[in-house]
Design a protein around this ligand. Sequence first.
Ligand code: MG
Length: 357
Amino acid sequence: MPLVHFFETSVGRTTERRIVLVTVHCEGVDGWGECTAGERPFYSEESTDTAWYVLRECLAPAFIGLELDSGRDAARRMPAVRGHRMAKAALENAVWDAEAQVKQVPLWKLVGGNRKEVPAGVSIGIQDSHEQLLEQIEAEVAAGYQRIKVKVKPGWDVEVLAKIRAQFPEIMLSCDADSSYTLDHAEHLKQFDQYRLLMLEQPLWSDEIYLHSLLQYELSTSLCLDESILSARHALAAIELKACRILNVKLGRVGGFSEAIRIHDVSLAAEIPALCGGMLESGIGRSHNVALSTLNGFSLPGDVSASARYWKEDIIEPEVTVAPWGTIVVSDSVGRGYTIKEDLIERLTVRKETFRG
Ligand code: MG
């Protein structure tokens, strides 16, 4: 699926997505899940092709003919594969999606959500020029988004933040470094404090928690951890170490709804606000993010935005839209709340494999 506008972070530029989707057929319904792994292993160790391999060789065969009570049960019954959480999440979330349909309840209720509307935020990548970035922010603010997050890296940071604040003094503004700094940048990062940021996301190494606590101690800006939180255990460690004041939860990164809910529960108990992160999902992953965002602890606007920001045509209908007041109104219909455009998916499909019992 070609993106309507390239998305660039400190690790590179994405212009189109090649996405693994998983469908589970059970009790007369089809549950869908999306693997959020990138085309190349730049965000994490996983990629589209490693996910394909793990699903095909390890996960899917183990689920043929399996009797499951719930999506939660699916997480417990995964084969003993280490890591590969995005591949696991695609399968687990498909089971949750099916469970909601079998039980005739909205997915957001099944995962324990309450919110009828979720606050929408937007993440804007690194652009070719400052002017281009400011124009994009202007458009997103006009579209109603409650929070703007910009990507930063050494050389694209303080000057950019200063220009944004000069033009938009009051917006809720975050930034995300995608692990592009080290502790040697601590003095430099202190300059971020003057821009009244909601947070600085994952400034240091993608597998680091402890050193973030040293940096957090130095900064008044709240840190948010993304890449380095893979489980509820990591979330607890980060909270106890005071390594962050906000948590970014991504369904794929943590292995699916079960672990995401566990992380949510840890953060809620510790009064650490959470936000639902985004991974350039198609409508399937996007609809699952909407469901997750209805949980009480997701009190901050996340990265869940309208389909049209990313795709000329999304693979669900209706597409995810953002109301002029900056929220996504949650559907009360059964399941994920959005219909799958199977014909479109078929047209976009380049490889497919079916496992039967
Ligand atoms: Mg991030």
